[in-house]
Design a protein around this ligand. Structure first.
Ligand code: CA
Length: 161
């Protein structure tokens, strides 16, 4: 299965885990970018605009939680799909991560097959959400608002705002 070169950024400071993730996603024809900390991740995000982020919570410097919060506050990354990687005992981290807007999480050690399945599921959800958003969203009682073109019509007449 080809994913049209969808890009995935893996942020993980442990080289072994990063390689494992990279290898398994590359096998599935994803293009994989790697960062070993949050600062590097921010640079790559700016430059390469990945489709999904795999984010380890335990990072040196900027933590995964902090990075998640920063990304959700920025308009260009507010909806970037995020899959968190957490340590086994880190329930608080997991809850915090989901509250910060991560889409899903995986607990270490995880199976590479499950990782790939989660990535696919998140990308599918993101794609169908994007499709729903591009539909004209409001048409009722003579008032029509086209959210894709930013036009408003009252009884068929274009209204200047
Ligand atoms: Ca780590």
């Amino acid at each position: 299965m080809v994913h049209n070169g969808q890009k995935i950024l893996v942020v993980e400071d442990e080289p072994d885990i990063r390689k494992l993730v990279q290898y398994n996603l590359a096998q599935e024809h994803f293009r994989v970018l790697e960062a070993e900390d949050g600062e590097q991740a921010l640079k790559i995000l700016q430059r390469d605009k990945p489709n999904l982020l795999i984010l380890d919570l335990m990072l040196p410097g900027l933590s995964g939680i902090e990075l998640c919060r920063i990304l959700r506050d920025r308009t260009d990354t507010a909806r970037l799909p995020i899959l968190m990687l957490t340590a086994k005992a880190g329930e608080t981290d997991r809850v915090l991560g989901l509250e910060m807007g991560a889409d899903d999480y995986l607990t270490k050690p995880f199976s590479p097959r499950e990782l790939v399945a989660r990535v696919r599921a998140i990308l599918r959800r993101a794609a169908s959400a994007a499709q729903t958003e591009s539909l004209p969203a409001y048409d009722k009682g003579g008032l029509k608002i086209d959210f894709t073109t930013y036009e408003v019509f009252a009884r068929g007449k274009n209204v200047k705002l």
